[in-house]
Write a protein that binds this ligand. Structure first.
Ligand SMILES: Cc1cc2nc3c(=O)[nH]c(=O)nc-3n(C[C@H](O)[C@H](O)[C@H](O)COP(=O)(O)OP(=O)(O)OC[C@H]3O[C@@H](n4cnc5c(N)ncnc54)[C@H](O)[C@@H]3O)c2cc1C
Length: 364
């Protein structure tokens, strides 16, 4: 998505773009994510501004490309204990709470917004600015729109292997591609060419487990998070969060796998549910069942009903700046060649704004 959004910016500004993809079809983090355009938990300042700008761009691009499935569905984070409620209240007291569309709603009000939430909870943090797109198909639709410009070519099944001069790269078919500018948006593939160009890249890899159900049979009108998500997102840092972390023990399986519940409904009615976070290498090559059981139980407790059958399970890896306050790592790595990677768990959200910043900085 980072590469595709750079293509979008360049084409929109009248340039010709060749996008080179190693796989026959992209298979990286951009297809494996929730498709959450997630404003709610972003750190105040640059990160929030980027997410809000990106959301504007997603909405605009979504109007041009309906196949993206952009929808301003908002999110609800139900809370059950006084400590969780205190974190939500502290979030509401932030000076940027209105920009995020935060509101604290009662359980009854939450059910008016999202009637599928029939489980037990006391109140919920509503974030009106959160939105969603369809990650598995978004790139196909964007590409179709880019192709219609007549200035876009997608070359699949070619790996970029070498920089061979000013803004020129060679692929593994031996073909050289010359341009005015090259953007390497290689996601979490940090070895090979990227390591050769930047041996000390300040970016790490993070692996997540996910799943998707059969259609729910009813609408989940908002995205849903659990209060464990408060523990991970910078917007919720407060004395109230310190109190939650100190006084309300996370379920051992959730703590061991740095888990939270995030849940979003796909357009076919299925639910994308996650997630775990694994930081230590080597990553597991298989997916573990215990975290799935935990997150399914949390989801069921909010829905007040059993989940439909699990249709897909998968893991994904994203690249994250080791200084997690940085939105992305953008670096000129050779003459006319820039590397853009490391947006972490907000890369789907922020990609249009990240690409816009690159375009502005490079004077496209
Ligand atoms: C499970 C999961 C859930 C997530 N949920 C969200 C979410 O809900 N919201 C959000 O904002 N973010 C989310 N993220 C983060 C987000 O998905 C990523 O930050 C974002 O997709 C990164 O995009 P990318 O284009 O940099 O990487 P990728 O999507 O991984 O794309 C990189 C592409 O480069 C190609 N490539 C690599 N090297 C070469 C080469 N040498 N030559 C040619 N091609 C090459 C790869 O094949 C790949 O297609 C999630 C991530 C994961 C893993």
């Amino acid at each position: 998505m980072v590469g595709t959004m750079h293509a979008w910016q360049a084409v929109e500004r009248g340039h010709e773009v060749v996008q080179i993809e190693r796989e026959a079809e992209a298979r990286g983090a951009s297809l494996r994510n929730f498709g959450q355009i997630w404003v709610s938990g972003r750190a105040g300042g640059e990160e929030l501004e980027t997410a809000l700008r990106a959301r504007e761009l997603w909405e605009r691009i979504g109007a041009e490309v309906p196949g993206l499935g952009f929808r301003a569905n908002g999110s609800l984070t139900p809370v059950r204990t006084p400590r969780e409620l205190a974190v939500a209240e502290a979030a509401l007291a932030r000076p940027d709470a209105a920009a995020r569309g935060y509101e604290l709603v009662t359980a009854a009000e939450a059910r008016e917004i999202n009637p599928a939430l029939r489980g037990a909870f006391e109140a919920a943090l509503w974030c009106e600015r959160d939105a969603a797109v369809e990650p598995r198909t978004a790139q196909l639709h964007l590409r179709e729109a880019l192709r219609a410009s007549g200035r876009y070519t997608f070359l699949a099944g070619r790996e970029v292997r070498e920089v061979v001069g000013r803004a020129a790269v060679r692929d593994d078919h031996g073909d050289v591609h010359r341009a005015d500018a090259v953007v390497l948006a290689t996601g979490a593939w940090l070895s090979g060419l990227v390591r050769e160009l930047v041996p000390d890249l300040p970016v790490r890899r993070v692996r997540l487990q996910m799943m998707q159900t059969d259609p729910l049979g009813e609408r989940l009108t908002t995205s849903v998070a659990d209060a464990d998500s408060f523990r991970y997102y910078p917007a919720y840092r407060s004395p109230a969060l310190d109190d939650l972390n100190a006084g309300q023990v996370q379920a051992p399986i959730a703590a061991a796998h740095r888990m939270q519940l995030l849940m979003v409904q796909r357009r076919d009615g299925g639910l994308t549910i996650g997630d775990t976070h694994e930081y230590e290498h080597p990553f597991a090559f298989d997916t573990l069942e215990d975290p799935y059981e935990h997150v399914a139980a949390v989801a069921e407790s909010f829905l007040g009903r059993p989940l439909p059958r699990i249709r897909h399970r998968w893991a994904g890896v994203y690249a994250q700046c080791t200084d997690t306050t940085r939105v992305v790592h953008r670096q000129q790595v050779a003459d006319g060649v820039w590397l853009v990677t490391g947006p972490g768990g907000r890369g789907m959200t922020c990609s249009p704004a990240i690409a816009e910043t690159t375009a502005n900085e490079l004077g496209w």
